[in-house]
Design a binder for this molecule. Structure first.
Ligand code: SF4
Length: 224
């Protein structure tokens, strides 16, 4: 059966809202774990954060931005110097290419500023919808839903969406939740995915969403 976005029942919508309300209660002040002083730094750090932890990025970022304090500095950097700094983040060659080109685009097209629309952000090198959504919500306080592996997994398990392709999950969630709730979703669900609904060992026995969760394989204790 093919499902298109938009065919949720009123009960599914109510359930989705109750779940989000509980998550917001659980994590009222959650924000990105990436440390940054300026918007462009968050953009670069989010690109670097693919396939690694935020803690790791927070170690690398001060060195990177200490050496290259502006987008123009990073745009003019030698790739081998940048590679050395960001080596520990993985995929360092590709990430170096992306962040140098991205900084160049910020300087050339946006006067060194971070653009404020999804359409402009996703045109930047190395920036996908997830990174763009993080930046829109964090920097510009605009409604956006960043779908990463945590959001996808948790929303699938809960039965809120049946899509697995991140872009389809994002569209489905946009359709399911009113716009003023969009920015609540990513950070709370990501934190919940880290703390409780872990990929390998979900802590279902102590999960505050257990009564609303559609996941069939709920863990009953720490040793299962
Ligand atoms: S009951 Fe288990 S699978 Fe469902 S949301 Fe909670 S931790 Fe995740």
């Amino acid at each position: 059966m093919t499902q298109t976005t938009g065919d949720h029942t009123p009960e599914e919508r109510r359930n989705a809202r109750v779940i989000l309300n509980r998550l917001v209660k659980l994590y009222p002040n959650v924000t990105t774990a990436l440390a940054y002083d300026e918007p462009w730094q968050l953009l670069i750090s989010t690109v670097l954060s693919a396939q690694t932890t935020d803690e790791n990025i927070n170690k690398v970022a001060p060195v990177l931005f200490g050496r290259y304090p502006t987008p123009a500095d990073l745009a003019g950097a030698k790739p081998e110097d940048v590679e050395k700094i960001i080596f520990s983040t993985g995929y360092y060659r590709q990430k170096t290419k992306s962040i140098i080109a991205l900084s160049g685009d910020l300087v050339d097209t946006y006067d060194g500023e971070v653009p404020s629309t999804l359409e402009e952000l996703v045109m930047l090198p190395g920036v996908g919808r997830k990174t763009a959504s993080v930046v829109l919500a964090e920097v510009w306080n605009l409604p956006a839903i960043a779908v990463d592996t945590h959001v996808k997994r948790v929303m699938n398990r809960l039965g809120i969406t049946s899509f697995t392709d991140p872009e389809k999950v994002e569209r489905d969630l946009r359709e399911l939740y009113p716009q003023d709730r969009w920015s609540d979703i990513s950070m709370t669900v990501i934190q919940f995915g880290r703390d409780v609904c872990d990929a390998k060992r979900p802590r279902c026995w102590e999960c505050p969403l257990r009564d609303r969760c559609a996941f069939e394989d709920k863990a009953v204790g720490p040793h299962h």
